[in-house]
Design a protein around this ligand. Structure first.
Ligand code: ATP
Ligand code: MG
Length: 422
């Protein structure tokens, strides 16, 4: 047997206690914020049938082509995938349980997503998202609501330097026309296409616009614009979203190159970006996906959603020097001797009954070494119990910041501790 140490999978991170404090705080802020807009929590499995993502995200996307953790269940051969994103699962769950039966739904979820990417700052193989989906809403009001929601969260978090990019992808027919024009345009410039673009020319030419290859930028800039193909209904929808944003003083930039990585989007798409995280600058991205529910097997239902990358958001907060006070215990209980140990454990439980946070010393040792632990724990008060105290039905209470140690009856312990904490 090898005794080499086993390391975590590359690109899948441990979140250690000091950092987990920030996560807990963040998750609480986000939950309160979701609820302040009436969004309700939904929890889907981490594993779904591979077919779900192929159908929802599209076969010719980065995610489905090369980023999914897919495997055959060795017990029954089912084709399964660790979820790379939440929208497909959420829509599947909504359909499966008929949640849209009599009312639209505002939903949110959070948790791990898995993509087999090259790990780097802000890009991991297991990462976390908070996702928001509103299903059953057709108008521009909900698009604006989701964007305003984000703006409020950035404000709450005190995030600086995030800006909003907005675009519309129009509807199916205009995209069709645009697609045909794109294909013939890029066919005329075949020699200038890189390998990715050549491969996508006939399967997903829109994605060529998304290319980050500097050598392709001139060609892309001169490509036919979707904006020139849009129908009135889509243009009006887009104008109405912008109008509401202006009413709320939310600044945005229209970016015609914003096409998003996934097939299912139509009309409004948006990204919140920062210049402070290098190439991984998108902290939140979303858009309308009116065709997806039908694509997954339901009746057509208009919908819109977005997802934010928790690691990237927290990296921004940390860059801003965000520091949280360590949560401390109120009381550290030190004890020595058999009877004292029994009393100590009862005293600790009694203090917890009274809503105090208590560390009971475990593992023995001298009073002196126990007091060192008490000091390091950050507790405000030490409760000290020797056999002497235990036999008298008493305990000693000592303020850690200095001050007199006093002895009190066990039954009076909470009052004595509270007096020292206040
Ligand atoms: P990118 O262009 O950076 O690859 P994407 O378009 O693949 O992003 P989405 O599928 O829209 O990303 O996911 C929404 C958000 O989740 C992103 O804006 C980002 O903040 C975060 N995210 C996506 N992939 C990763 C990853 N591999 N590691 C960490 N965060 C990620
Ligand atoms: Mg990606």
């Amino acid at each position: 047997m090898s005794n080499e140490t086993i390391q975590a999978v590359r690109g899948m991170n441990d979140i250690l206690p000091d950092e987990a404090e920030l996560w807990l705080w963040f998750e609480e802020v986000v939950r309160d914020w979701m609820h302040s807009y009436g969004y309700r929590n939904i929890r889907m499995p981490l594993v779904e049938p591979t077919a779900l993502f192929k159908r929802a995200i599209g076969e010719v996307t980065d995610i489905v082509e090369k980023e999914m953790y897919s495997f055959a269940d060795s017990l029954n051969g089912d084709e399964l995938t660790l979820r790379p994103e939440g929208t497909a699962s959420c829509v599947r769950a909504v359909l499966q349980h008929n949640l849209l039966y009599n009312a639209p739904q505002r939903l949110y979820y959070s948790g791990q997503m898995f993509r087999h990417e090259r790990p780097q700052k802000g890009r991991y193989r297991q990462f976390h998202q908070f996702g928001v989906e509103a299903l059953g809403f057709a108008g521009p009001d909900i698009d604006a609501e989701q964007i305003l929601m984000c703006a409020r969260l950035w404000h709450k978090l005190g995030l600086r330097d995030v800006s909003l990019q907005l675009n519309t992808l129009g509807d199916a027919e205009s995209r069709h026309r645009h697609r045909a024009k794109l294909i013939s345009y890029f066919e005329q410039h075949k020699d200038a296409l890189d390998a990715d673009a050549t491969r996508r020319l006939h399967s997903n030419p829109l994605r060529i616009l998304d290319s980050k290859n500097p050598a392709m930028q001139g060609l892309i800039d001169a490509a036919p614009k979707l904006m020139d193909e849009l129908e009135d209904a889509a243009l009006q929808h887009f104008a109405a979203v912008q109008e509401i944003l202006k009413q709320h003083d939310v600044a945005f930039e229209i970016n015609p190159r914003l096409v998003r990585g996934l097939d299912y989007y139509n009309r409004t798409v948006f990204e919140w970006v920062t210049t402070r995280l290098g190439a991984q600058g998108t902290i939140c991205a979303g858009g309308r996906y009116d065709g997806l529910v039908e694509q997954i097997g339901g009746k057509p239902v208009p919908a819109i959603g977005f997802a934010m990358g928790v690691e990237r958001l927290l990296a921004l907060l940390q860059e801003d020097g965000m520091a949280l006070p360590k949560p401390l215990v109120d009381v550290y209980v030190v004890h020595q001797g058999d009877l004292a140990s029994r009393v100590a454990s009862q005293v600790a439980e009694r203090l917890r009954d009274d809503n105090l946070r208590v560390l009971l010393h475990c593992g023995g040792g001298s009073f002196k070494s126990q007091m060192k632990r008490a000091d390091a724990s950050g507790a405000s008060v030490a409760v000290v119990i020797g056999d002497d105290e235990a036999q008298a039905g008493e305990v000693s209470v000592k303020p850690m910041q200095g001050g007199e140690q006093i002895r009190v009856m066990v039954k009076d312990i909470t009052g004595a501790v509270n007096q020292l904490i206040k």
